[in-house]
Design a protein around this ligand. Structure first.
Ligand code: GDP
Length: 363
């Protein structure tokens, strides 16, 4: 380095060249560079090749809230759509402890013995609160987790139930394009999420338990009405007579329900997931259903109805998000809400105030 102040004319001022200082950043700490995002074309090509890494990366983008990721995801979904649809989509629900993960493990292996591939997805409305999904977790399905033809993905965690469900539906499309011809969608049988799952599967299986004394209580009627098959798990050991009793009770209860839209009469079977008893019988029932629904055209009809449902769901969700994320709307909502709570304004007038403001602003 040149130091003009070292010139003879400034003899009183000399600057030593000094010792090179070590860099302030540890040179051994290699800065981790983010993997560059694959392009939509690369993702689609990978998915169609059945590359599970590319499938996972695409699903991550589907689940992301980042608008750039969403844009890529939507392009990938659109390109995968023509390659989707050729699978059996089966919804599986049951209260916690009913034996969903144990059963999915053995049902999954049973299906895979017949060839093909299986994707296990989940919709878990509680995951937003617990910051992690309990459903679709690999550790709960030990055998499937190490099976080369199985793909397990936990529930997306961000957003409303509608949003989470839509992401799962989009993930189904990607999985099908990647050659997964069996899709299981798992959910906890306790609330709203069944409706969401029902609206994206061809067959809805309800796992029940016997031996609680009041089998038919606490089961939401709506869930039973949605079921295409009811299976009573843990029919093993001492529990067999109770499982059979529950089977009879469920069969009787189903008689009281109106006929299903498909014309299919839901069947009630007993089995044991843990001891692997009665698994082929459960699967025979599902095979019979698919044969029935293909024959009478209901399979196609249900899928078209689901497409319509998701069209409106997407519109509703988009409108709602846009509306509530508008900062001006937010301020106006706070103000109107306060006036409603102070009894100074009726709820209808308050709602109209905010909606009118929003739609006039949009013009
Ligand atoms: P999930 O919460 O619905 O996923 O239920 P799990 O699959 O985790 O099962 C809950 C508990 O029931 C576990 O302790 C299982 O070992 C047990 N279990 C599951 N299936 C059976 C079965 O067929 N028979 C018996 N006896 N126990 C079972």
């Amino acid at each position: 380095m040149e130091h003009p102040e070292n010139d003879k004319q400034y003899s009183g001022l000399t600057v030593n060249s000094g010792v090179a200082q070590p860099p302030s950043v540890n040179p051994y700490a290699v800065r981790r560079r983010r993997k560059p995002l694959p392009t939509p074309g690369e993702l689609v090509e990978g998915i169609l090749r059945g590359d599970v890494t590319m499938l996972s990366r695409a699903v991550t983008l589907v689940e992301s809230l980042n608008p750039d990721h969403q844009a890529i995801a939507q392009e990938v979904i659109e390109k995968c759509l023509p390659h989707s649809g050729r699978s059996r989509r089966i919804g599986i629900t049951g209260v916690p402890g009913a034996g969903k993960s144990t059963s999915i493990d053995v049902f999954g292996l049973h299906v895979l013995r017949g060839g093909g591939k299986l994707a296990v997805l989940a919709i878990d409305p509680s995951s937003e609160r617990t910051k992690g999904s309990i459903l679709g977790d690999k550790t709960r399905m030990e055998k499937l987790a190490v099976h080369p033809d199985a793909f397990i993905r936990p529930s997306p965690s961000a957003g409303s139930l509608g949003g989470v469900a839509r992401k799962t539906r989009e993930t189904i499309i990607l999985c099908e394009a990647a050659g997964f011809n069996n899709i299981f969608v798992e959910t906890v049988g306790v609330g709203q999420s069944e409706t969401a799952v029902h609206s994206m599967v061809d067959f809805f299986l309800l796992i029940q338990l016997a031996g609680t004394g009041d089998e038919l209580q606490g089961i939401k009627r709506g869930i039973m009405e949605m079921a295409d098959g009811i299976v009573i798990n843990k029919a093993d050991g001492d529990n067999i007579p109770r499982a059979q009793l529950a089977q009879a009770q469920f069969r009787n209860a189903l008689h009281l329900f109106p006929p299903t839209a498909s014309g299919w009469v839901p069947e009630v079977l007993t089995y044991s997931g843990y001891y692997e008893i009665g698994i082929p019988e459960v699967w025979d029932m599902i095979d019979r259903y698919f044969a029935f629904a293909h024959r009478n055209g209901y399979f196609e009809k249900r899928r078209l109805e689901q497409s319509r449902y998701w069209m409106y769901e997407t519109i509703n969700e988009t409108l709602r998000t846009k509306f509530y994320n508008d900062p001006d709307v937010h301020d106006l909502l706070v103000d109107n809400e306060r006036r409603v709570l102070d009894n100074r304004l009726s709820s209808f007038v308050a709602a109209r105030n905010v909606l009118e403001f929003y739609f006039n602003k949009e013009k």
